[in-house]
Design a protein around this ligand. Structure first.
Ligand code: GLA
Length: 452
């Protein structure tokens, strides 16, 4: 039985002892079928699958604050570069995408928000060397924590290599418009889980770019160019042909707002998301299937193939009618991929409208449709993500739930009424076959420099 259920049960017991039996029974029934089903399902789960197991930990994870990260990074820097004082601090957030999945590289719409989880880069100009030394404090990268390189010039290009995390840094350095860059020393620290689909890589790229802006005093006048330079870093140095969503939101996010991005015109519209009655809950499946590497470019190719068959520049300009008319000219798989994208572009616009009107019920429905389409047509979900979404949808107070990010593991995003959060977390924890981590996400601000 979950902690939430125990609490509920005790509350009723207390009332019964208090001779308020009628009121208690009435309230219990009135609290609805959903809650009873939730309770029964948890009980059955515990009695069968989990065999009287001690309930799993269901804590909502604490995310270190930006100040905590900065103070750790400062101490790290002073240890690694004795006698030097860092003079530059830059920070850029990870993101969660609320809806609009695999639409960005089809010129479609996406609706992400920035997270309080962030990547901080701290450092200074190198005083005694022409080499850049960058060190990461992230445990998740293993033991290969340091990269040393010479700033690029026409004669010597910066080349990607090992360790992999270093390629995000090198890619941004290579794409930074001001040359020659002065050599620098830097330490990186991040609270964005690596490989969890919350855009740890874009947050590193954008934080690095922001660091270089401060280092050179050459700041992007057009933030789109900054996002594009970071995206190019990921394409060229990490070999991931991603869309623009992650770098765009990490650069341009505003606190308390999601951002509807038109990936064709590269225009964004902020949509308020700060109602205390609703919560965005992120559930990390803590699963990462290694398929992503080849599956993402394959999906992209299939979308381009569908657009070409319909004689469209991209799937953004195709309608369901166009697709149905051309059904016989394409394979079933290509048809399904395009059906997801065309439907998702439409859903994302509807969802932004619903959010603007605080119509959370409608928003939740669209999230579920999005998940189903990603599961069945785009085939980028996996058993663990489906399990988490199904468990969330069984809970009272949940408005909608879906996988978020590229897929094949990573996280789900769930919209729910705030007062049900702990019950929902307890329920999912007990239902899920793996070990999930939960985060409550508040829409946070984009990349910024921090004064020392
Ligand atoms: C990854 C990419 C994004 C986007 C999502 C899917 O996160 O980096 O550009 O394509 O997958 O929506």
């Amino acid at each position: 039985m979950t902690a939430g259920s125990v609490f509920t049960f005790r509350a009723y017991k207390f009332r019964i002892n208090d001779f308020s039996l009628v009121a208690a029974v009435y309230e219990f029934v009135a609290s609805g079928f959903c809650k009873v089903r939730q309770l029964l399902s948890t009980l059955v789960g515990n009695l069968t699958k989990q065999k009287f197991r001690v309930p799993k930990m269901n804590a909502i994870a604490d995310c270190p604050t930006e100040n905590e990260l900065i103070s750790k990074a400062k101490s790290g820097f002073q240890e690694l570069f004795p006698g030097e004082n860092p003079s530059i601090i830059a920070s850029a957030p990870g993101r969660v995408n609320l809806i609009g999945e695999h639409t960005d590289y089809n010129d479609g719409f996406v609706l992400p928000m920035a997270l309080p989880m962030t990547t901080v880069v701290i450092g200074n100009k190198a005083a005694v060397t022409d080499k850049c030394t960058v060190y990461t404090l992230s445990d998740a990268v293993g033991s290969n924590r340091q990269i040393i390189f010479t700033t690029p010039s026409i004669e010597s290009e910066l080349k990607p290599g090992e360790p992999k995390w270093g390629n995000y840094v090198k890619g941004v350095v290579a794409n930074f418009p001001f040359k020659p860059l002065p050599a620098f020393n830097a330490v990186i620290i991040s609270s964005v889980p690596l490989g969890g689909g919350l855009s740890s890589s874009a947050s590193l790229e954008v934080a690095m770019y922001t660091f270089l802006e401060s280092l050179t005093c050459v700041r992007a006048t057009d933030l789109k160019q900054k996002a594009l330079a970071c995206q190019k870093a990921e394409h060229d140095y990490a070999g991931m042909p991603c869309g623009i969503m992650d770098q765009f939101i990490s650069t341009m996010a505003e606190q308390g707002k999601a951002l509807l991005i038109d990936c064709e015109s590269m225009q964004g519209i902020y949509v308020p998301l700060s109602d205390p009655n609703v919560v965005v809950l992120i559930t990390n499946s803590n699963i990462r299937h290694e398929l992503t590497g080849s599956e993402y470019p394959t999906r992209k190719r299939q979308c381009m193939e569908a657009a070409a068959i319909m004689k469209k520049k991209s799937l953004r300009s195709a309608s369901m009618e166009d697709l149905n008319t051309n059904k016989d000219a394409m394979s079933d798989v290509v048809f399904k991929r395009a059906r997801h994208v065309i439907g998702e572009i439409e859903r994302t616009q509807q969802a932004a409208k619903a959010l603007q009107q605080s119509n959370y019920v409608e928003f939740g429905k669209l999230m579920v449709q999005s998940h189903n389409s990603l599961q069945n047509d785009y085939e980028v979900s996996c058993a663990e993500l489906d399990e988490l979404v199904a468990a969330a949808l069984e809970c009272e107070g949940v408005l909608g739930s879906r996988m978020t990010g590229g897929g094949f593991g990573g996280c789900t995003v769930t919209l729910l009424y705030a007062k049900y959060v702990q019950d929902v977390v307890n329920y999912i924890t007990n239902k899920y076959s793996g070990n999930a981590t939960f985060y409550i996400a508040t829409a946070s601000s984009g990349a910024h420099e921090i004064k020392i």
